[in-house]
Design a protein around this ligand. Structure first.
Ligand code: NAD
Length: 285
């Protein structure tokens, strides 16, 4: 079974991102700038934000954090965000999810203008993705497509099954697979025949957020698996995905590990999206 190594691919991609970041700096006289917004004090979110800022620094992208107190009102958030988005020296903005009430994920994402929407999750950005007219594409779905392409996993005419219909992963990745000419089935918690669909698939993308949902017995021989799920196991604290790993190598042709598969590709696409949006604005679009 081939390991679809997202960590290794993200390191290869970092070389190109470094060159682009350098070229941007040369032409613009400053680094491309990603503003990462953290609302509240969730320790896991704080770690994710810190890691994103460090990843930016590693390729020469400037990244700063804006922190909002837990309980920030919609009015206060919107007014502060308007200032951030109108700052000429900020090229892209990412709001770390989840956000605490009274803010909601959907509301927050829709405050972002598509020209600065680093994770492309506003309704306008998602509509552009649906129309095949994206400026940038949502990071996790795009990372999955980049990984499949890098490892030359054929998609045209293949049956791809996506398990999960969130706006962050399931729906946009299904759309991107359609754009790669795959025949796509989207399964969700109300689907009656998810296991049968998965068993018939050439490529399976699992983004259900349910550890152990599938195992080696559920896949067709020679299929490719993209496991998007991330869970911390007890008691050892190790990370695992939505799929049980034991025995997969006897059935599958290729699979992403957890960790080291989709996660690093998500970050890599965030860095690329920041550069794409920065370059776009520099060219006056
Ligand atoms: P979500 O909870 O928003 O959506 C889960 C989806 O799975 C829902 O559409 C639901 O209908 C479906 N589902 C749940 N149980 C099911 C079942 N038994 N059969 C079929 N469908 C089922 O989750 P999400 O935000 O899309 O994230 C999914 C997983 O991916 C989580 O574990 C999350 O942590 C992980 N994730 C990883 C990355 C990454 O970069 N690696 C990025 C985003 C999300």
């Amino acid at each position: 079974m081939k390991i679809l190594d997202g960590k290794a691919l993200s390191l290869i991609r970092a070389e190109n991102l470094r060159l682009r970041a350098k070229e941007f700096h040369k032409q613009k006289g400053r680094s491309a700038h990603l503003k990462v917004i953290l609302v509240g004090k969730d320790p896991a979110s704080a770690v994710y934000v810190k890691n994103k800022i460090l990843a930016c620094q590693s390729v020469g992208i400037h990244s700063t954090q804006a922190t909002f107190a837990e309980g920030t009102s919609k009015e206060a958030f919107a007014s502060e965000l308007m200032q951030i988005q109108s700052d000429e020296n900020i090229d892209a903005v990412l709001v770390q999810l989840p956000v605490p009430p009274p803010l909601t994920e959907e509301w927050v994402q829709n405050q972002l203008h598509p020209s600065k929407d680093a994770d492309a999750l506003s309704f306008e950005s998602l509509g552009r993705l649906m129309a095949g007219r994206s400026w940038v594409k949502s990071c996790t779905p795009q990372g999955i497509i980049e990984l499949l392409k890098h490892y030359q996993i054929a998609l045209a005419g293949k049956h791809c099954v996506v398990v999960g219909r969130s706006l962050i992963v399931g729906k946009p990745v299904a759309q991107l697979l359609v754009q790669e000419n795959a025949t796509v089935t989207l399964c969700h918690s109300q689907s009656r025949d998810t296991k049968a669909q998965v068993k018939s698939a050439d490529v399976v993308v699992v983004a259900a957020g349910k550890p152990g949902l599938f195992g080696s017995e559920d896949f067709k021989t020679g299929a490719t698996l993209i496991d998007v799920g991330i869970h911390r196991q007890t008691p050892d604290g190790k990370l695992c995905g939505d799929v049980r790993w034991d025995g997969l190598d006897k059935v599958l042709a290729a699979a992403t590990p957890v960790p080291g598969g989709v996660g690093p590709m998500t970050i890599s696409c965030l860095l690329e999206n920041t550069l794409i949006l920065a370059e776009r604005r520099m060219k006056g679009f």
